[in-house]
Design a protein around this ligand. Sequence first.
Ligand code: SAH
Length: 374
Amino acid sequence: MTRNLPLVFDAPSRGKAPTHWLDLDPDDRREAMTAFGLLGFRADQVSRHVFDRLSDDVAGWTDLPAAIREDLAQQLFPALLTQVRQQTADGGRTVKTLWRLHDGSLLESVLMRYPSRSTLCISSQAGCGMACPFCATGQGGLKRNLSRGEILIQAFAANRMLTSGLVPGTTGRLNNIVFMGMGEPLANYKAVLGAIRTLIAPVPAGFGMSARGITVSTVGLVPQITRLTAEGLPVTLAVSLHAPDDELRNEIVPVNNRWPVKEVVDAAWEYARVTRRRVSIEYALMRDINDQVQRAHLLADLLKRRGDWGWVHVNLIPLNPTPGSRWTASRREDEAAFIATLERRGVPVTLRDTRGSEIDGACGQLAAKEASTN
Ligand code: SAH
């Protein structure tokens, strides 16, 4: 069966974000300084304020000539995000923020504090064009791609929240970033890769994070997975499989009509082979849809074909039901039987915790609620 597929690569350009320091590569930053009549080395001074001190208060950067600070603030430090709402759970250790972009688009990011690390779930697009029927974001369609700056400012804001002691348990920085918020990161490839390069560039060029701490989650855009494989970046790849067979996956992950299960798994395996990074297979358990023992066997067959199990890890996610949707979480006993089957077959598997489910933690739920009340 063929059907009209969502636009995969071309998001509307309407609403393009204003240019921000966070959009720039090191070369562009030096050029920007020259345009202000300063020497190129000043770029590192500015970047130190941004990435090291997490400051955006340009007026207070007294090591820069007073005469240019106002222009610099206006031209390269526009306000990219306005906070609309914040919700916390888990004793303040899970913080979900709903942001409004300059053109009114909404996006959300979720900060999760664990005993020894902090993880931020970020958005790569306003909305999403992949149309997965169980996903709140998928129901609203794609508004537009986020700019590199709009992606990075989410990490900037979270780091600020952490270092200012607002999250119990730490004043440290982010250790992990997962592209599991709104949007399909590989459909906004250039901005996402640019953002990753800034996240991992050492201070002052970037945030100095470890590439291993960054996870790119994709619905399975095969050509883009192949492109990512060639980048030589040891980021973690997560593939939202959710079904081991084309018949079901065509329904619940519509882009499967274009790139079927086998091609997706082949591309993921190649990613693991080249990068030596274990791939995560995401599988949201949906009651009576994909949670049968027989499908657990199909999943094991599919992944086992690649030889040993070192290349892959299955991450089961209890479905977070979206209001008014017919998709819901599996019964406990079905969930247990699914896990037991995979374990017996030797598949490395974990059940993801459900942090933040009481604050509409599932992808796009908070933004969907806000949009429907406006
Ligand atoms: N578009 C990318 C990344 C964003 S979604 C992707 O598809 O991977 C991040 C993960 O959350 C995906 O695995 C997605 O399928 C899953 N997800 C979406 N809605 C969900 C829900 N209601 N409950 C549980 N997981 C959900």
